[in-house]
Design a protein around this ligand. Sequence first.
Ligand code: PLP
Length: 452
Amino acid sequence: MKSGPGANEAWLARSRSAVWHPCTQMQHHAWPDQPGFLPLIPIARGKGPWLYDFEGRRYLDGISSWWTNLFGHAHPRINAALRAQLETLEHVMLAGFTHQPVVELSERLSALTGGALGHAFYASDGASATEIALKMSFHYWQNCGRADKREFLCLAGSYHGETVGALAVTDVALFKDAYAPLVRAANVVPSPDFRQGAPGESPADVARRAAAALEAQLEARGDRIAALIVEPLVQGAAGMAMYDPEYLRLARGLCNRHAVHLICDEIAVGCGRTGTFFAHEQAGIRPDLLCLSKGISGGYLPLSVVLSTDTLYGAFLDDSVARGFLHSHSYTGNPLACRAALATLDLFAEDDVLAANRGRAERLSACFAPLADHERIRHLRQRGLILAFDVETSDPWFSRRFYRAALDRSALVRPIGNTVYVMPPYVVGEEEIAHLAGAVADALKAALAGTS
Ligand SMILES: *Cc1c(COP(=O)(O)O)cnc(C)c1O
């Protein structure tokens, strides 16, 4: 591998000419003097919470590589588990075959839901998990003689992935508008985002107000609704919009009353991110369908899973093939990905990660607390190991300036619009959290001054 002086630029030039990068206006990678310039960063290796380029520079992975990485890069125990799996079985088709990692993972995930969700269906990415959950719900109602239940509800600002089917329940204009004619859009109900509170309203009040709107929608057309899909507690792509668990409690009750499935998309907020293993636990409820991806494999390999209740699963059992759930992906239940997930669950079980993360969350609060008084900062907020705030600025390039400034200070922190957030892996120590907070404060100063 090429490394040393000049190596970064060599990799960048080859990447720009051959790779079409995701979520990117590629022209913004081209010329450093354009205001929208977005640097492309070549990464040679990773270790713990740090990423290293080809010339020895390093970046603290403050957003867990797009919310996927839980225990840092190149974790010795996940690496060892994968090496052992590699020598045993790399892949076998899951239709008609089964294997140890997929059986063990399914059993353990079910146990983590207290047995409420007894069956696990696998795919490789979050958007596919969303589509699987939507198809399962729709098909369930068909199998039960309720073919009229064929619409979906999602929250304002929701993000559930970007394939054409998942865009139906994704309410982010930038990702959706260009493809609107292709998409069969769902019904959007108000978000319980607590930033929308009127003076004197608590987050629980905002949650009750949003639930009342959901109730009105269900009373009007509940007989046509198959499912409500939500991101529990934190709507990530909406800009880390946080809300009170009361909304989930009320939504669960309303869904029960109107025979509507509740789909919890915990692709971003699952696996300990919000303080409990599953975010929905904080509301004392269980969904009918639960989507997991991103962190479930520790951030190692593409893996997603949809967990379903046994009631829902049971409605697909029949002599007729067509009443079964025939969805499939070639790599469904890949043994390496499942083994990475098992190693990840082992770390939770053996290291009391949730307790240690409470300490990390407190440290994060303390290090970022001084920003609460900043005159341009609004809604400094936190749920577990997600901390976010909104910046008041009319500079359309604020997020780019901030991103570049943070990189210059050895931190990977990529704002969503004017929302700056950090979401570090569960291996950051006290000094690394302080480094992150310092880099964010300095980058904020630079970006607000119109520089980086
Ligand atoms: C990232 C994400 C998805 C989509 O997952 P992909 O693997 O990127 O397709 C869906 N839902 C939520 C809540 C997400 O954060």
